[in-house]
Write a protein that binds this ligand. Structure first.
Ligand SMILES: C[S@@+](CC[C@H](N)C(=O)[O-])C[C@H]1O[C@@H](n2cnc3c(N)ncnc32)[C@H](O)[C@@H]1O
Ligand code: SF4
Length: 418
């Protein structure tokens, strides 16, 4: 019952928060300070389009992709001209390693402009070749995140990844050869696919433990409103009962060797300083560059155009490729911080009080008390932290958050197709 209530409230609130205004706040203001922020770069090209994925991605075409990288260089320069400073880069997709020479050039270019210390890149198993790994390491990548989803061939076939990315055994072999090349090797898996059984999840976990992966991000399947029909036709019905059971099983089976870096990201105890897939947890503010990127800077959340040709055209004209934005009120900002910080499973209340001139608890006391009464939160000075139960509530909250982001993406994609 509580799970359902949390899910309904979260869906309503995120739907409201992501109700962006078109064509407002399209300017990039001068950076208010020299603090290092996170630079997110989106590469939306893929060799195959997986049926469950609601990220912004299109089928690869080399000419368009090369023009796209050129535009991305120009967009980075616009941020540099406005005085922004970046200490970390996250290159996500799509498939960022699709043109490895362009990616390496992009990273080196950004490193020449900013004092970057952490670089995380997403990839797919077929790109874990010795040549690619050398190029990425020499470019300074510290964290590589590989999308696996599952090691079960039957399921890989169903989600259309078996032919392109190889069988479970082949993927495991590639991961073994990639170990210790980077500070952190993360693998992305998904639980609660329709038709995925507890035995399949148990087998995935056994393989992961044998591989001794540095970091495991185990996402709950997220279905946007627009993709729901296609997804249920292709894959089957989504079950929230299975989601809870599987999550408990995953956390329980990883807890001796792994620590929770977020509600669904598990880092090996010896590697817990690693960067996360959810860079939104580690960085209060991030610039989103590339087509379809979402950024959060100076209390403004904004999205870039999803139309790739328009993205390139605007940057060729020296213009910012933004299509929509929303100014967060002071209370929205506090709620956003509350949700993101607690996603990392603990939040320093004193830092939040200082950040918001002592007003943080005054605004959020109802949420804090309700979550404490529900057994989701505990307080040990100066931290609020999630209990086991709270961690699952945060899976629901963040699933709804990313679903709202996916709905927003679908909405933007549909309007750019008009
Ligand atoms: C967007 S992909 C980008 C990197 C790469 N192309 C890949 O497939 O891993 C990053 C990860 O997002 C996760 N993901 C994609 N669609 C999802 C969905 N509908 N629900 C949950 N996780 C999803 C997958 O685990 C995937 O590995
Ligand atoms: S899951 Fe990865 S490879 Fe598949 S479509 Fe999405 S971004 Fe592309």
């Amino acid at each position: 019952m509580i799970d359902k209530i949390i899910s309904v409230i979260a869906r309503r609130e995120f739907g409201r928060a992501l109700n962006f205004d078109d064509n407002l706040n399209m300017q990039l203001p001068q950076s208010p300070d020299n603090n290092p922020r996170l630079l997110y770069l989106h590469i939306p090209f893929c060799e195959e389009l997986c049926p469950y994925c609601s990220f912004h991605r299109i089928l690869f075409s080399e000419k368009l992709c090369r023009d796209y990288f050129e535009a991305l260089f120009r967009e980075i320069l616009l941020y540099k001209e406005k005085g922004y400073n970046f200490g970390a880069i996250y290159v996500g997709g799509g498939t960022p390693t699709i043109l490895i020479d362009e990616l390496a050039r992009l990273i080196v270019f950004a490193k020449e402009l900013f004092p970057v210390r952490q670089i995380s890149v997403e990839t797919n198993p077929n790109h874990l070749t010795p040549e690619n790994l050398t190029i990425l390491r020499e470019a300074g990548v510290n964290r590589l995140s590989c999308g696996v989803q599952t090691f079960q061939d039957k399921l890989l076939k169903k989600i259309c990844r078996l032919d392109k990315y190889g069988s479970g055994i082949e993927i495991a072999h590639k991961l073994r050869n990639t170990k210790n090349v980077f500070e952190t090797l993360n693998v992305d898996l998904i639980f609660n696919f329709p038709g995925q059984t507890m035995e399949m999840v148990a087998d995935d976990l056994a393989i992961l433990k044998k591989l001794q992966m540095d970091q495991i991000t185990f996402y709950p399947l997220m279905v946007s409103d627009f993709s729901r029909k296609e997804m249920t036709t292709n894959l089957g019905e989504f079950s929230s009962v299975m989601e809870k059971r599987m999550y408990k099983f995953i956390s329980h089976s990883l807890h001796t060797e792994y620590e929770t870096s977020s509600a669904w990201c598990f880092s090996r105890k010896s590697n817990n300083s690693a960067m996360l897939d959810e860079y939104v947890v580690d960085y209060d503010e991030y610039a989103g560059l590339g087509s379809g990127s979402i950024g959060y800077l100076n209390g403004v959340c904004y999205a870039n155009t999803f139309d790739i040709a328009e993205y390139i055209r605007l940057l060729n004209d020296g213009r910012l490729p933004r299509m929509a934005s929303r100014i967060f009120s002071h209370n929205d900002r506090m709620r956003y911080d509350f949700m993101m910080k607690l996603f990392s499973t603990r939040m320093n209340l004193k830092i939040m009080q200082d950040k918001y001139d002592g007003k943080f608890s005054n605004v959020l006391w109802k949420e804090i008390i309700a979550l404490k009464l529900a057994g989701a939160l505990r307080y040990f000075h100066p931290d609020l932290y999630l209990t086991k139960r709270g961690r699952y509530y945060w899976v629901i909250i963040m699933r709804e958050f990313f679903t709202a982001v996916n709905n927003f993406r679908d909405h933007c994609r549909k309007s750019s197709e008009k």
